[in-house]
Design a protein around this ligand. Structure first.
Ligand SMILES: NC(=O)C1=CN([C@@H]2O[C@H](COP(=O)(O)OP(=O)(O)OC[C@H]3O[C@@H](n4cnc5c(N)ncnc54)[C@H](OP(=O)(O)O)[C@@H]3O)[C@@H](O)[C@H]2O)C=CC1
Ligand SMILES: O=C(O)C1=N[C@H](C(=O)O)C[C@H](O)C1
Length: 269
């Protein structure tokens, strides 16, 4: 047991943090060694299992990442951009595998992650599920096969608490369509239509976001031509799919060379 990789979960009270803590604690391939929450959080100093309303797991919640990282080989981080950038610097210093599920990262954040990845392994993906990563590959292939007579639209739906749009997954799917077409997403992205927008620009990739209720995550990639449409769809109904992917990623990352990787590398897709 002691030689299994020790894993830290950040943002432990969050929707994903709790799912990750449960999944890692239940795994026979890794050990949950610490959980992190921010300073002043009511869970600090308490057992994570009890905080989540269950039996004690023998793992405490701390607000001290340095102390937590000192006893770990990996950190699984589904929090917020500013927190993730801070954890990346500390994880790199400690040479931990840093699995990042956090979305909404800006270019300046990505530069900091790039710097951290010179010293340690980072695995980052806007969606860690097997199904979505398969859909990304399918999107790329279909986009490569179809010309610009087929308008590409990415439609996503999430729970009412989600703070970023388009979702990380929608951006992965849009980028895959752009790659399939051999164009840059940044130059062809049409997001947040409102008012007199004018007709759709040929070759653009459109994004729409729905927010409501407790939707875990739904993504459609629509290829719309005159007289026909092809729709690729992924429906997430359980956050366990993301936790499974993250656990797989943190195990895969052990022993890899420093650098940035994604779920395609982990899954071999
Ligand atoms: N890649 C993937 O497969 C998936 C990615 N995600 C992404 O993961 C992220 C989290 O999602 P979700 O769990 O729903 O969000 P939640 O808001 O439920 O959880 C985020 C957690 O991070 C904590 N946090 C924020 N800043 C810090 C900090 N500085 N130190 C410690 N903890 C901190 C929050 O604490 P507090 O409440 O105090 O702010 C909260 O507990 C989002 O970016 C989401 O898009 C989600 C699902 C799958
Ligand atoms: O915030 C969420 O909940 C999710 N975020 C990720 C995203 O931005 O795509 C992945 C998943 O869809 C759930």
């Amino acid at each position: 047991m002691a030689d299994l990789p020790g894993i830290v979960v950040t943002g432990a009270s969050g929707r994903m943090g709790q799912m990750l803590a449960r999944s890692i604690a239940a795994s026979d391939r890794a050990r949950l060694v610490a959980c992190i929450e921010r300073e002043g959080h009511p869970w600090i100093g308490r057992d994570i299992g009890e905080c989540m309303g269950g039996a004690a797991m023998g793992v405490l919640v701390t607000d001290d990442p340095l102390e937590a990282f000192a006893k770990a080989q990996g950190v699984v981080d589904f929090t917020a951009p500013a927190a993730t950038v801070g954890f990346a610097a500390l994880a790199a210093q400690a040479r931990l595998v840093h699995v990042i599920g956090t979305t909404g990262l800006e270019p300046a954040d990505l530069e900091k992650l790039e710097a951290a990845s010179r010293h340690a392994v980072i695995v980052r993906a806007g969606n860690m599920s097997l199904g979505v990563n398969l859909l990304v590959r399918m999107t790329q292939k279909i986009a490569a096969a179809l010309d610009e007579d087929w308008d590409v639209e990415v439609v996503e739906a999430h729970h009412r608490m989600k703070v970023d749009a388009p979702s990380g997954t929608a951006l992965m799917l849009g980028r895959a369509a752009a790659e399939g077409r051999g164009i840059s997403l940044e130059d062809h992205m049409d997001s947040g239509r409102h008012g007199i927008t004018g007709a759709r620009k040929r070759g653009d990739i459109g994004f729409s976001a729905i927010r409501g209720g407790d939707v875990v995550g739904e993504h459609d990639v629509i290829f719309a031509a005159d007289g026909e449409r092809v729709v690729l769809r992924h429906l997430a109904t359980d956050r366990g799919i993301f936790a499974r992917g993250a656990l797989r990623a943190v195990l895969w990352g052990q022993g890899q060379k420093p650098g940035q990787y994604d779920m395609m590398d982990v899954l071999g897709l």
